[in-house]
Design a protein around this ligand. Structure first.
Ligand code: FUC
Length: 779
C-alpha cells in the first residue's frame, strides 16, 4: 500500500466498492443523496464573515494525501498546500548498534534506585542514531491575486461538511464572485473553480511558491505550470502541477505564473506528488505522477469531477448522523459559536465539532496514504511543533480512536500500513537494543519509520509504542469480525510485538512480578522500572494475541506461554491516597496535574479496569483522574472526556468537552493543544461517541454517559464491537428506541441502565428495541 503508484487505483477501488455494496448497514444506496443529510446541509457548515488572517483560521480540505488550508482572501487568496509524504531526511536505520551491551547495567542502576545514573548511561549508549527523527514538511502555496477586489460586500467563507466543498462568495460593485474549492480522492486533485454572475468578469493572476530553497516554476504548455523542488535538509523531491481551464477570455502563462483575463469562469486543477514510494525507497518520479493525474482528467468536466468527489466523500461521511437539537445560537458564524460554547446554549455546536472530526479523518486518512500525523496532513512550517511526527505515547493512537466507532473503518487502514513498516524496522531495534525477538517501537516514529528511543532517555526509552498500536489492529478485527484480516495482517504483527515482551519482561528483584524495565510512565517521572501503563498495555496485547491465536487455531504453545506470563505481570495497585498507582512504588503525588494520565490506560483505551468488572480499581482510577484535574493540553482534555464517559459520568464528560471546545479550539475548529495538534479533535469526538455508546465490555452499552445537557436527541450509524451498527433515540434523558443492525450475524448482548438482553442475530438483520429492551425484529 505504500507504493505511491498505487494510490490512484486504491482510491478508485475503494470508491467502486462503495458503489456496489453498502457495508455499513445504512439503507441508502451508496452515493445516493441522503435526504437527512441534505436537510442538514445548511447546518453542517463552518462559516465566517471574514477571510482568515491566521493559518488557524483557514479552512482545511484534503483527499487523504493532498491537503490545503484555504484563507479565502478577496484581493489575495492563499491555499497553503501539503502532500503527505514530504518529509525532510531520507531512508535511514536509526538503531544504535551494540546498545544492548548496556541494558543490564541500566536495569541494575534502576533496581538500585539510581535513576539519574541510569538515565545518564542510557543517554550516552542507548539512544537512537541520530538522537532526533525528521520532520513533516509543507509543499508550498497556490496564490491568486484579484486586482480591484479590495472593497467587497456580502462576504462569506464556508466549509460544508455534507459535501466537503469550501466556498468563498462576495460582491465587488455589482458582480458576485464565487470560488468553490475541494480536494478530490477519486481524481487526486485539488480543484478551484471561480465563477461570476456577469460574463467576462473574471480577471486574476495565479502562481505557486514553496518555502524550500531552489524551488522553480516551469511552463509546461499553454495551460500547465509546474512547481518543482526538493525538500531542504533531505532528498525528497516534489512537484505541484497546475492546469488552467477557462470559459471565454484569455490565458497567458509565463515562468512567473498564469494570468486570466476577462473569463466567464475559470477552473484550476492542482496535482501534486513527492518522490517517496515507501520508507525505504524515494525513487518515484513526481512529474510523471502529476502528469498521469492531469492527463486522466483531460476530458473530465468540472461538474463531473465535483459530482464524483461528493459521491465518494458522502459514502463515508453520511454513514453517521447526530441530532442534539438546534437553538438560535446555531445561526451565528462558527468563530462566535466557539467562543460562546461554554454558555451551554448551543448543543448543535457539539454536533458540528463531532462531524468536523469525522470530516478531518476522511480528508486526512484514506487507504494507501500516510496516516494522520500530529497535524493530520496540514502543516505550513518547516519546523513544526514536535516535527509533526507520529508520537506513539498517546497522540498517534488518539488520532484513530474514533475510526471504528464513528463508522470510518477504511480510514483506519493507513495506520495499519505504518504498523507493518515499524514492525519491520522495529525488529532491528529489538535485536540491537534488547537482544529480543519480535519488534519494538518507542515513543515516536517518522516517515522513515524510526523505532529507536529518541530525544532523551528520561522519556524516549518507553517500550510499549508498538504494543499500543497493535490494539488498533485488534479493534479493526473486533469491529469487523474480518477473520481474513486477523489471520493475514493483524495477528502476525501482534505476535511479533508479543514475542518482544516474552523476551523483554524481567522479574522484579523485590516482588518477583514480571516488569517492564527500563521504561517510563510517559513523560512523567523519568526512566523507571515497571510503570503501570506498560503492564496494562502488555496485558492487553497478550490477551488479544491469546484470543486471536485461539480464534485462528494457531500457536497453541505461544498461547500457553502468554497465558502463564500474563498472570505474573505486576498487577494494578491501589496506593495510600486511594489512587491507582502510576508506578510500582506507592509514590504518586496527589497534587501532580501532569497532562498525561498514562496509568488510566487500563480504563481507556484499555478495558481491564471497568466500573462493574473491577469496581475497586475503577474507583482508584477515578480518584487518580480527580487528582489530575480538568486541565491539560487538548489531547489531555480529550482523553478525560473518554475517561469520564467510561466512568459513566456524562456530566463530567460534557464538562471536559465544554472546556475542550471553549478553551482549546481555534476559530477553524482545529484543536489548540496549544499550539495546533489534531489529536484533540479526534480524541474529542471519540469521547462524544463513548458518551452515547460503548462496547468494550462484551456488551453494547446504550447511552452509558448521556449528559444532562443533551436530554433529547438521536443518532444513526455508530459502530460497536461484534460488527454491529447502532441507531439511538432518546427523550427526557431516557432511551426511547435503539436499532441494531447486525453485519455478520454475531450474538449480541445489549445493556441499558440495569437491563441486559441477549439477541442471537442474523447477518443483514435489524433489531429494534424500546427503553425496556423489548425486541421487535424487523424484516
Ligand atoms: C506528547 C506530549 C506533548 C506533545 C507531544 C507531541 O509527548 O506529552 O505534550 O503533545 O506528545
Amino acid at each position: 500500500m505504500q507504493n505511491r503508484n498505487k494510490w490512484i487505483s486504491v482510491s478508485l477501488m475503494v470508491f467502486l466498492c462503495g458503489l456496489v455494496s453498502n457495508m455499513e448497514g445504512q439503507q441508502l444506496p451508496v452515493g445516493a443523496v441522503d435526504p437527512s443529510s441534505e436537510q442538514e446541509n445548511g447546518k453542517l457548515t463552518l462559516w465566517y464573515e471574514q477571510p482568515a488572517n491566521k493559518w488557524v483560521e483557514a479552512l482545511p480540505i484534503g483527499n487523504g494525501r493532498l491537503g490545503a488550508m484555504i484563507f479565502g482572501g478577496t484581493k489575495e487568496e492563499r491555499l497553503q498546500l501539503n502532500e503527505d509524504t514530504l518529509w525532510n531526511g531520507q531512508p535511514h536505520d536509526y538503531a544504535h548498534e551494540g546498545a544492548v551491551r548496556y541494558l543490564p547495567a541500566i536495569r541494575d542502576l534502576l533496581a538500585e534506585g539510581k535513576q539519574r545514573q541510569a538515565e545518564a548511561l542510557a543517554m550516552e549508549q542507548f539512544m537512537s542514531v541520530p538522537l532526533r527523527q525528521k520532520a513533516y514538511q509543507p509543499l508550498g502555496d497556490l496564490l491568486l491575486d484579484f486586482p480591484g477586489h479590495n472593497e467587497v460586500q456580502n462576504y462569506r467563507r464556508q466549509l460544508d461538511l455534507a459535501s466537503a466543498v469550501a466556498t468563498v462568495t462576495y460582491k465587488v460593485g455589482d458582480v458576485t464572485y464565487k470560488r468553490e474549492i475541494f480536494s478530490s480522492a477519486p481524481d487526486q486533485v485539488i480543484v478551484l473553480r471561480i465563477t461570476a454572475d456577469k460574463k467576462g468578469a473574471i480577471n486574476f493572476r495565479a502562481t505557486m511558491r514553496s518555502p524550500h530553497a531552489g524551488s522553480i516554476l516551469h511552463v509546461l504548455s499553454k495551460d500547465q505550470l509546474a512547481l518543482r523542488g526538493q525538500i531542504e535538509d533531505g532528498v525528497v523531491t516534489f512537484e505541484a502541477r497546475l492546469a488552467v481551464r477557462t470559459d471565454g477570455g484569455q490565458v497567458e502563462i509565463t515562468d512567473k505564473g498564469v494570468e486570466i483575463v476577462d473569463a466567464d469562469s475559470a477552473t484550476l486543477l492542482l496535482a501534486a506528488a513527492g518522490s517517496v514510494k515507501n520508507y525505504k525507497d524515494v525513487s518515484a518520479d513526481p512529474a510523471e505522477l502529476c502528469s498521469q493525474v492531469i492527463q486522466t482528467l483531460q476530458h473530465k468536466m468540472y461538474d463531473a469531477i465535483r459530482k464524483d468527489h461528493i459521491a465518494d466523500y458522502r459514502q463515508l461521511f453520511s454513514r453517521v448522523s447526530l441530532d442534539l437539537g438546534i437553538t438560535e445560537s446555531a445561526s451565528l458564524p462558527t468563530d462566535q459559536r466557539i467562543k460562546a460554547f461554554s454558555e451551554g446554549k448551543d448543543p448543535h455546536l457539539a454536533v458540528l465539532y463531532f462531524q468536523f472530526g469525522r470530516y478531518l479523518m476522511i480528508a486526512g486518512s484514506r487507504p494507501g496514504c500516510q496516516p494522520l500525523n500530529l497535524q493530520g496532513i496540514w502543516n505550513e512550517s518547516k519546523t513544526p511543533p514536535w516535527d509533526s511526527k507520529y508520537t506513539t505515547n498517546i497522540n498517534a493512537e488518539m488520532n484513530y480512536w474514533p475510526a471504528e466507532s464513528c463508522n470510518l473503518a477504511e480510514c483506519h487502514l493507513p495506520l495499519f500500513d505504518l504498523i507493518k513498516d515499524v514492525s519491520q524496522t522495529g525488529e532491528r531495534v529489538a535485536k540491537e537494543h534488547y537482544n529480543c525477538r519480535g519488534w519494538v517501537l518507542h515513543h515516536n516514529t517518522d516517515m522513515w519509520r524510526g523505532t529507536a528511543p529518541i530525544n532523551a532517555s528520561d522519556h524516549g526509552i518507553w517500550v510499549t509504542g508498538g504494543a499500543w498500536l497493535c490494539q488498533h489492529l485488534w479493534w479493526h478485527y473486533e469491529f469487523s469480525s474480518d477473520e481474513q484480516f486477523l489471520r493475514e495482517q493483524a495477528y502476525p504483527i501482534m505476535k511479533g510485538a508479543a514475542l518482544f515482551f516474552v523476551d523483554f519482561l524481567t522479574p522484579d528483584p523485590k516482588t518477583g512480578w514480571l516488569i517492564s524495565t527500563p521504561s517510563n510512565s510517559p513523560e512523567n517521572g523519568g526512566l523507571v522500572a515497571g510503570p503501570t501503563m506498560d503492564h496494562q498495555i502488555i496485558r492487553n496485547l497478550f490477551s488479544n494475541c491469546i484470543a486471536a491465536s485461539r480464534k485462528l487455531n494457531v500457536d497453541a504453545d505461544l498461547r500457553e506461554k502468554l497465558e502463564q506470563m500474563k498472570e505474573k505481570i505486576a498487577p494494578n495497585q491501589i496506593g495510600r491516597h486511594g489512587q491507582l498507582q502510576e508506578w510500582l512504588e506507592d509514590k504518586d503525588d496527589p497534587k501532580n496535574t501532569h497532562r498525561h494520565v498514562s496509568h488510566l490506560w487500563g480504563v481507556c483505551p484499555g478495558e481491564e479496569i471497568t466500573l462493574r468488572g473491577t469496581p475497586k480499581l475503577s474507583a482508584a482510577a477515578k480518584q487518580s483522574l480527580i487528582f489530575r484535574g480538568d486541565g491539560g493540553m487538548g489531547w489531555s482534555k480529550a482523553w478525560k472526556i473518554n475517561l469520564w464517559a467510561r466512568f459513566e459520568d456524562g456530566d463530567h464528560a460534557y464538562k471536559m468537552l465544554s472546556i475542550l471546545i471553549s478553551t482549546g479550539t481555534y476559530p477553524n475548529m482545529f484543536d489548540d493543544c496549544p499550539p495546533f495538534q489534531i489529536d484533540g479533535n479526534f480524541g474529542g469526538i471519540s469521547g462524544i461517541a463513548e458518551m452515547f455508546l460503548q462496547s468494550h465490555t462484551g456488551k453494547i452499552h446504550l447511552l452509558p454517559a448521556l449528559p444532562g445537557a443533551w436530554p433529547d436527541g438521536s443518532l444513526q450509524g455508530l459502530c460497536a464491537r461484534g460488527a454491529f451498527v447502532v441507531d439511538l433515540k432518546w427523550k427526557n434523558n431516557t432511551l426511547s428506541q435503539a436499532t441494531i443492525y447486525s453485519k455478520k450475524g454475531n450474538p449480541c448482548k445489549v445493556t441499558y441502565k440495569d437491563k441486559t438482553i441477549d439477541i442471537p442475530t442474523t447477518a443483514g438483520q435489524r433489531y429494534v428495541l424500546n427503553s425496556l429492551l423489548e425486541l421487535n425484529p424487523q424484516k
